[in-house]
Ligand binder design. Structure first.
Ligand code: F6P
Length: 317
């Protein structure tokens, strides 16, 4: 193996992983090519050489220095053929894909259908990759959301208000559950659980009678829109509500130490796996060990035990 390539999605910790890949490759006398703009970049031959100094000063930066895209072309036969052709033309012997479920599906296609050596690093704030405890970016996203929530709580408490805070999580309630528990919130609505809004409204009315003044309700974007929930609560209880939609601030920002360390460890391990000709795998940390999972398993739907946190959130309210 002489030359490897890396392509990414964006979230905190991705740059730390790119840095680790490039420096581990240099350590093993391999060349590294960065593919710009994700899968669109492979298809359009948008490749750059990455040297040791190109990754200086990026460990603390969010996003991805390689830029990214949500590529539609990669999921067409023509796009895949072009991608394989460009990898071969550039003499690339191994590919590291850093991203969420969509990116890992693309990685699995390249490995299983076209015989490219591919290693996936799970990176998404949603933390929805099967058999992976913690994806790159998720820890930073939770901490960014928590920081915002703590600020919202100051106003909620001062003005005795009900706040509905919407966090990201397209199909998964991971961020919502973490933030609700860590932020001491009264309620959390996630795709994995059915919460009866009538009961929630009764709880609010009862609470108000007993002198409970402010409420913070977290909603995962994959469950409902915060504005709709706010309207229902106001209509049913007569109480004023306020809404905050945190949105993309959760995907950016300075990576936490945890995300930098996961990025560093997985970037290094990905290169080692390619050197050993391991392919069609996703790598992750479990019980402090680095392990390999078949990409075919990683791309299956992840079941999260939402009840474990939900029970506790309600007991601690
Ligand atoms: O998958 C990560 C994620 O941030 C989701 O939480 C969110 O639903 C989605 O991406 C937003 O995608 P985009 O940035 O393309 O709008």
């Amino acid at each position: 193996m002489k030359k490897i390539a890396v392509l990414t999605r964006d979230c905190a910790g991705v740059n730390a992983a790119i840095r680790s890949i490039v420096r581990t490759a240099c350590h093993n006398s391999l060349e590294v090519v960065g593919i710009r703009r994700g899968y669109d970049g492979i298809i359009e031959n948008d490749f750059i050489t990455l040297n040791r100094t190109d990754v200086s000063g990026i460990i603390n930066q969010g996003g991805t220095i390689l830029k990214t895209s949500r590529s539609k072309k990669m999921f067409t036969q023509d796009g895949q053929k072009k991608a394989v052709e460009n990898l071969q033309k550039n003499n690339i012997k191994g590919l590291i894909v850093i991203g969420g479920s969509g990116s890992l599906v693309g990685a699995h296609i390249l490995a299983s259908k076209y015989g490219i050596n591919v290693v996936g690093i799970p990176a998404t704030i949603d933390n929805d990759i099967n058999n992976v405890d913690l994806t790159l970016g998720a820890d930073t996203a939770v901490n960014v959301a928590l920081d915002a929530l703590d600020k919202i709580r100051d106003t909620a408490t001062s003005l005795e208000r009900i706040f509905i805070v919407e966090v990201m999580g397209r199909y998964c309630g991971y961020i919502a559950l973490e933030v609700a528990l860590a932020g001491g919130c009264e309620e959390v609505l996630v795709p994995e659980l059915d919460v009866d809004i009538d009961i929630l409204c009764k709880e609010i009315e009862e609470g108000k009678k007993k002198g409970k003044a402010s409420w913070i309700i977290i909603v995962a974007e994959g469950k409902a829109h915060a504005h709709n929930i706010a309207e229902i609560i106001t209509n049913k209880t007569g109480f004023e509500t306020r809404v905050a939609v945190l949105g993309h601030i959760q995907r950016g920002g300075r990576p936490t130490s945890k995300d930098r360390i996961i990025g560093a460890r997985l970037g290094n391990y990905a290169v080692e796996c390619l050197i050993k000709n391991n392919s069609d795998i996703c790598i992750t940390e479990k019980n402090d060990k680095l392990i390999k999972i078949p990409l075919s398993v990683a791309i299956k739907k992840k079941d999260i035990d939402a009840n474990r946190y939900y029970r506790l959130i309600k007991i601690l309210t």
